[in-house]
Ligand binder design. Structure first.
Ligand code: SF4
Length: 344
């Protein structure tokens, strides 16, 4: 019989577990402590539960942690890990050390439905939603787990297309009974889904990053098919009307493609559509991917684009490209792994 995984369950779900197998109510909080505050590797180590209670628990449940199956290290220290999920799929997790910060970039789905044309994961198509267990296992089973200071949901998949499991994982990360992380250490990235963005804004306090990539509807539609049904105008309207507190941040991700979205007209239109939103823009130089037809802009024109936006009053930074030598662009490594298994 396949056992259910305890890791990744919220406190309410653990209370339901204790009810189901008739353990005393207080055991749920003790189990949460073992899962999220101590680094155990088996239910047997939950020593403040009686032996009998542990046996009852072990009959139907397991801890549910699994190590990455593969890793690659970049010359700049970035590491990419491959985890096996949903029986036979692969997802990617990146570890990005940077001075006093150490960021993990997690995946929320295997593959993705959104079909952004510049993205390798998009080309894989959708393969399944990750459970809260599979999202958080990337964090907990990361060899550098103890060094982590920040977390971004910017790996494979669209987090707001898997909102229930993503919200559960955020609850575990930020609750006192869980990891107790400040929500300001966590950023969730989205292409902008109008059906679930309000849920995310209301039910979590984590930072939001919207993938923008073009301020022009038609051009954005070509890059990101989601623009057809979820226009950026609608998303900006929701953001404008939401009351962000001082600590919560909205940012816009802007992948810069050479001779495509790097013109003065783009700067002007960005300033127009973002007018009145307290935000920052993160420019990411496009990472070349095979057969994409897009090119990376040179460093000088990337800096010039940033300066032009700053001059318009838009706080803009350039995100350093990391791990290019290990194919850190989202989806590359797992595509190679998947293809290898298909051709075997
Ligand atoms: S960029 Fe993100 S949302 Fe778009 S296809 Fe890739 S993983 Fe999906």
């Amino acid at each position: 019989m396949l056992k259910e995984k305890l890791y990744g369950k919220t406190l309410n779900e653990l209370i339901a577990v204790t009810k189901r197998i008739r353990l005393p109510g207080y055991a749920a909080k003790q189990i949460a402590d073992w899962l999220y505050k101590k680094e155990i590797s088996s239910i047997g180590e939950m020593t403040n539960l009686s032996k009998k209670m542990r046996e009852i628990l072990e009959a139907d449940y397991e801890l549910g942690l699994s190590n990455p199956v593969k890793s690659a290290v970049s010359s700049d220290g970035t590491k990419k890990y491959l985890y096996k999920v949903l029986n036979d799929k692969y997802i990617e997790t990146a570890y990005i050390p940077d001075d006093d910060r150490a960021t993990i970039c997690v995946s929320s789905q295997a593959g993705c439905k959104m079909g952004c044309i510049f993205c390798m994961t998009g080309r894989q198509g959708f393969q399944g939603n990750l459970s809260s267990n599979e999202i958080l296992n990337q964090f907990r089973s990361l060899p550098e787990f103890r060094k982590l200071t920040n977390m971004v949901y910017m790996g494979m998949g669209e987090p707001l297309d898997n909102i229930t499991e993503v919200l559960k994982s955020l609850e575990i990360l930020t609750s006192d009974w869980g990891y107790g992380w400040s929500p300001t250490r966590i950023t969730v990235s989205t292409v902008g889904l109008k059906g679930t963005i309000s849920d995310f804004l209301e039910k979590s306090r984590c930072h939001l990053a919207v993938s923008l990539h073009s301020p022009f509807d038609e051009e954005r539609r070509r890059l990101m098919p989601i623009q057809r049904t979820n226009s950026v105008r609608e998303i900006l309207e929701i953001i404008r009307n939401f009351d962000f507190n001082n600590q919560r941040r909205v940012s816009f991700e802007y992948i810069l493609f050479k001779d495509l979205n790097d013109t003065p007209a783009h700067v002007k239109e960005l300033a127009r559509i973002l007018n009145g939103i307290k935000c920052r823009i993160n420019i990411i130089r496009f990472h070349h991917i095979p057969g994409s037809g897009f090119n990376s802009p040179d460093p000088a024109s990337t800096i010039a684009f940033r300066e032009a936006l700053n001059t318009k009053g838009l706080v803009t930074t350039i995100r350093a490209s990391r791990g290019e030598d290990i194919q850190a662009a989202c989806g590359l490594l797992s595509t190679l792994e998947q293809n290898k298994h298909i051709s075997q």
